[in-house]
Design a protein around this ligand. Structure first.
Ligand code: NDP
Length: 237
């Protein structure tokens, strides 16, 4: 079904993992998709040629580049902010510049991209940000900066929903639990610990997250905004 026929979609961070599944989903449903990448040029080029989408180099750590990319993408029907990184380790040992870079990618880019997109977005547009169940629950040490960043997205969605609501523009956060990607491979060393927290004892698939994103972007979700949507096998329950 071509739910998104002709819709203009920008995915920030689309070259791999969950972002690539989101690009595939929108392209398969008829959207005109542009996605950004930072380090994975080969993967980006391959995905672009496979899906008929357009790959553009934009580092989400650079606020002005993100704003320019969104502005130059023209009026977007749908913005998805997926790019995100994690830093693991003792908070007392971590490089503050690295932590600030995480905040730039995980908090500042979603905020500025959402605001910039809303300037040109038609009424009824959709903004979806990929957060994490760690915005609600952080059961292990060493990931406080990541938890901070994903909790911040909750405030972003609640606040901007008020700003954009009068134009029918929705903004929502999708909060995955463990999903099988390069960042969190199902066969990694944390598998048993993570699955011990879950009711469904497996990693999620990127396509499952893309399905939730597509629903939020679709015609049935026009009354859903300022909300968090967890998809985590009950990791956070
Ligand atoms: P991956 O590391 O597998 O992929 C990350 C994607 O984001 C890549 O396409 C990467 O592009 C892009 N990206 C990273 N940094 C930048 C940057 N500075 N500028 C532009 N693009 C960037 O991660 P996942 O697919 O696992 O995660 C995607 C999102 O889902 C993240 O926000 C993450 O926090 C969230 N999430 C993931 C979970 C999981 O278990 N996998 C669980 C909960 C949330 P490139 O390689 O080209 O730099």
């Amino acid at each position: 079904m071509l739910t998104f026929q002709g819709k203009s979609v920008l995915v920030l961070g689309g070259s791999r993992g969950i972002g690539a599944a989101i690009v595939r989903r929108f392209a398969a449903e008829g959207a005109v998709v542009t996605f950004t990448y930072a380090g994975s040029r080969d993967a980006a080029d391959q995905l672009a040629s496979e899906t008929g989408s357009k790959a553009v180099l934009t580092d989400s750590a650079n606020r002005d580049d993100v704003i320019t990319r969104v502005r130059e993408s023209g009026p977007l029907d749908i913005l998805v902010v997926n790019a995100g990184i994690a830093i693991f380790g003792d908070a007392l040992e971590q490089d503050p510049d690295a932590i600030d870079r995480l905040f730039q990618i995980n908090i500042q880019a979603p905020y500025h991209a959402s605001v910039e997109a809303a300037r040109q977005m038609p009424d009824g547009g959709r903004i979806i940000v990929i957060g994490s169940v760690n915005g609600d629950r952080m059961p292990v040490p060493g990931m406080a900066s990541y938890a901070v960043s994903k909790s911040a997205l909750q405030g972003l969605a609640r606040g901007l929903a008020r700003d954009f609501g009068p134009r029918g523009i929705t903004i929502n956060v999708v909060q995955p639990g463990p999903v099988d990607t390069d960042a969190n491979p199902e066969n990694g060393p944390m598998k048993d610990l993570m699955h011990s927290f879950m009711a469904i004892k497996r990693h999620g698939r990127p396509e499952e997250v893309a399905g939730m994103v597509a629903w939020l972007a679709g015609p049935e979700a026009g009354f859903v905004t300022g909300a968090m949507h967890t998809i985590d096998g009950a990791f956070g329950a």
